[in-house]
Write a protein that binds this ligand. Sequence first.
Ligand code: C2O
Length: 562
Amino acid sequence: MAIRGTFFSGLTLLFIGFLGFVCIPAEAATKKYQFDVQVKNVSRLCHAKPIVTVNGRFPGPTIFVKEGDRVQINVTNHAQYNMSIHWHGLKQYRNGWADGPAYITQCPVQTGSNYVYDFNVTGQRGTLWWHAHILWLRATVYGAIVILPKQGVPFPFPQPNREQTILLGEWWNTDVEEVVKEGTNLGVPPNMSDAHTINGKPGPLFPCSEKYTFAMEVELGKTYLLRIINAALNDELFFAIAGHNMTVVEIDAVYTKPFTTQALLIAPGQTTNVLVQANQVPNRYFMAARPFIDVPIPIDNRTATAILQYKGIPNTILPKLPILPASNDSSFVMSYNKKLRSLNTPTYPANVPLKVDRKLFYTIGLGRNDCPTCVNGTRLTASLNNISFVMPQIGLLQAHYFNTKGVFRTDFPDKPPTPFNYTGAPLTANLGTIQGTRLSKIAFNSTVELVLQDTSLLTVESHPFHLHGYNFFVVGTGIGNFDPAKDPAKYNLVDPPERNTVGVPTGGWTAIRFLADNPGVWFLHCHLELHTGWGLKTAFVVEDGPGKDQTILPPPKDLPQC
Ligand code: C2O
């Protein structure tokens, strides 16, 4: 593959522009980025604190690429913590080495070291994002990835006049790693966040935060594409703009059938692109984000705000707040999710697997383990099919590729060891949850159906699940226990949403399907950092295919060692 710098392609474009030619097909370019992981003093609420950043920025820099480009990001770690970065939603075909989750596809980049994440952006366009994938460092180490369509390929919706990334996040007033350590030692959930943020800023509803407000200027009559990303650690969020409707056109870098809504729901890990028309009385309008939580679990339920400001309107005018769904409005969530449909056109087909080679059924369980030194004598834990995942000491992908024995087992059960009434009365019983680094082996090119079933073990709760290395189709979802006799008949196998992160509803289930055509070791986990840390995760080992181009690529020379 030819490596050409962005400088050269920039000049070429300029030259083409001068001559007025537009018909020369643009070749894929190599985009290079330098990511310096460094600590910087940043202030958002009442005082400054040191946070881990990329290039001293919060949120971090946006990666701009075109479909077909190659990307090389040199991550140099100057911080005191080990680091690894995940390019959330990038498929990384045969190239798990660039995927990023620490101890799953790589050993972390240690302090003073660097690693070049080198990957191609193939067959994807839209909004994705990147984040630290070790400890809770993604609280401050995250940024947007914007993949533009290939040169000359339009969006399948009206061309916006301008676009804007909107990153929703969570802010802690103290060092988030200290917060987590304290929670783990005491055996309780770590302190909840102190603020929600929009583009790193909480907005004026928080104390001492008046000057930390993101504002976006708009002009009457123009259309804007907002690329919204939920980078929060633990909170599903509602988002709305006062006085303005939004037209959803894409989720997780996949085009959708457009629909208009006043508010949207976005789970940690997910992205949503919307078109917004500046067609209201010129004024200042609040955008707002606030959590959705439909169980009585205490969370940071405060509202982050930013401003949509019409050109020429003075800053002195008080903005209006949008109406967000009630915090526990699960019926809004159900009906919103139902509207999400793949575009499914000849250019952007929904290739839903119609026959299934491998059926998997995983229960999601929370629980308590004994912990004599903890405040309550117990520590919280989480499991899939009664297995709480134990992080290995070296990267699982290396262990798989080099056939290192004793690192993991491939006997993760395809169904729960003992079926029970998953969503009946609250269950505190310990169902014999065991710990282990157990994975599921998947044959190359097989079609997989995975039903994720929430349970009332300890408490029901909604869980956004993310699969690395793949997009999947969300073919069905429901409340209560999944019924294998009746529910599949109700699946949408025509235009289901295609995405990389999906919510399993509180006390319900979600069925996804995908074609296992990407060999490697691919992490599957709840994207609530709280639950991931408690063990709500596992991984698929997708075997190599028979073809020369169907095997895992050799590891890069600079792959970090543990
Ligand atoms: Cu965005 Cu494994 O995560």
